[in-house]
Write a protein that binds this ligand. Structure first.
Ligand SMILES: *Cc1c(COP(=O)(O)O)cnc(C)c1O
Length: 468
């Protein structure tokens, strides 16, 4: 007889509650890579899967990710209630579709879209990667149409961006056969420069991608200056190049913390903007958003129209089925926080980021690359004269108590620059920040007094390419 019968049928629930035994079914040896012959009880399955997952890092101590790791219980409840709903079933769940439409319009107005109220053009996605893919496709389709209309060849499209772009843009270029033209980073300019972007553009450029803000160091790229440089290009060479803004993080930060920076639809060449609802939109993964300037910016033949409730629901997405819970949770956040609530959350993150960066700068061996005054994100490195340990050593030591602070090198041209980056998100309190600072100070003292023993040869080989 299987043990679960003994435990769960012979014993009453009350007995199980007081039974201190770790009572996972003894007969249950679960194969890793093939389907087990038969099933187990739900409690056993829960225990098996949970036991595996305790090996994961603690999401709240993960200072590497931009993605939401804390939501309030009411939002979690709403998401659990909505988890059976499929976003694509717009006929069956017209109200979920309506919430999506409201979110698109809220974002449209937040990003100063010029269209009439309620007429914003956009959609939800699984995240910014899909949203970028859609934004890029619209640029590609429009460029092809322009080339066709001018009876010119349309077989060698390219896209201009900084070498600091997120990997989704490399994917876009490879998947759609678009040549990526990267503006390299140089010391002192760690993201896309306006003149450098315009200089790489030609008649085959489908668009320039500008980032708000950079994954590498949290800095904002100068969208308005890029716009001006492209105006200059149009005047001198007659080439008209649109901009897509990848505001994966900044789309939910800049409107609240830096409302005077013009990076959105106030900038004439900005054709489309994406953002991750699951980053500073404060929703658990995965939800992203993309909004176009107007109907014209999104070619008709990319849209599939679904009519429900007598209206037209334009859908444009890579996935068919998608969870509806995240969209409901995004709308929940808009209702729950409002403008002042979002500002308060993002301001708190920024205050903590700037406190952390200024205290880290005071410790001694570090040099800040950014201080958290754009996104609540900052990067720092060791001073060039620190040679007995690296940021990788510090990252490893911080891991001992569960802090996950990534260390990495910059892209080509600056590959010898190794940095650490801290992303401050909702749920990372000033108390936690001060505990982290205590640990950083302690580890720096330890590393200074005990130079690192040589790591194994394969790790040394890996590190050979960078100084720190
Ligand atoms: C995170 C990020 C992406 C990818 O977004 P996902 O929502 O994770 O798919 C793209 N661009 C930038 C600038 C990002 O920070």
């Amino acid at each position: 007889m299987a043990l679960h019968k003994q435990v769960d049928e012979d014993a009453s629930d009350a007995e199980l509650e007081i039974n201190p035994l770790y009572f996972r079914e003894e007969s249950c040896a679960i194969p890793r890579y093939r389907l087990p012959e038969s099933g187990v009880l739900p409690r056993t399955a829960l225990q098996v899967v949970r036991d595996e997952l305790i090996l994961d890092g603690n999401a709240r101590l993960n200072l590497a990710t931009f993605v939401t790791t804390w939501m309030e219980p009411e939002a979690e409840l709403l998401m659990a209630e909505c988890s059976p709903k499929n976003m694509i079933d717009k006929d069956e769940y017209p109200q979920t579709a309506e919430l999506e439409r409201r979110c698109v319009n809220i974002l449209g107005s937040l990003w100063n879209a010029q269209c009439a109220p309620g007429k914003s053009v956009g959609c939800s996605t699984t995240g910014s990667s899909e949203a970028c893919m859609l934004g890029g496709m619209a640029l590609l389709w429009r460029w092809r149409a322009r080339r066709k209309a001018a009876a010119k060849p349309a077989d060698r499209p390219n896209m201009v961006m900084g070498s600091n772009v997120q990997v989704c843009w490399e994917k876009f270029c490879r998947y759609w056969d678009v040549e990526p033209k990267y503006v390299p980073m140089v010391p002192g300019r760690l993201h896309l420069g306006a003149a450098e972007a315009a200089a790489l553009c030609d008649e085959n450029t489908i668009g320039v991608v500008a980032i708000m803000g950079s994954t590498m160091d949290g800095s904002y790229e100068p969208v308005a200056h890029i716009n001006a440089a492209l105006d200059g290009l149009q005047e001198s060479a007659g080439i008209d190049v649109p901009i897509h803004v990848d505001a994966a993080s900044g789309g939910f930060v800049a409107p609240f913390l830096q409302p005077d920076i013009e990076w959105d639809f106030r900038v004439p060449r900005v054709a489309s903007i994406n953002s991750s609802g699951h980053k500073y939109g404060l929703v658990y993964p995965g939800v992203g958003w993309v909004v176009w300037r107007d109907d014209e910016a999104l070619p008709e033949d990319l849209i599939f129209n679904v009519n429900y409730l007598g209206g037209q629901m334009p859908t444009f997405a890579l996935n068919f089925s998608r969870p509806g819970a995240q969209v409901a949770a995004q709308y929940y956040n808009f209702v729950r926080l409002g403008d002042s609530g979002y500002r308060h959350v993002q301001q708190t993150c920024q205050d903590i980021a700037m406190h952390l960066s200024s205290e880290i700068a005071k410790i001694g061996p570090f040099e800040l690359l950014t201080d958290g005054s754009d996104l609540p994100v900052f990067a720092f490195k060791l001073r060039d004269d620190v040679t007995t340990y690296s940021v990788f050593d510090l990252s490893e030591r911080l891991r001992m108590r569960g802090w996950q602070v990534p260390a990495y090198t910059f892209p080509e041209n600056l590959t010898d620059m190794a940095v650490m980056r801290i992303v401050v998100r909702n749920g990372f309190s000033m108390d936690l920040a001060n505990l982290l600072l205590d640990d950083v100070r302690l580890h720096v003292r330890t590393l200074e007094h005990h130079p690192q023993t040589q790591p194994p040869p394969e790790i040394q080989a890996m590190r050979q390419s960078f100084k720190h």
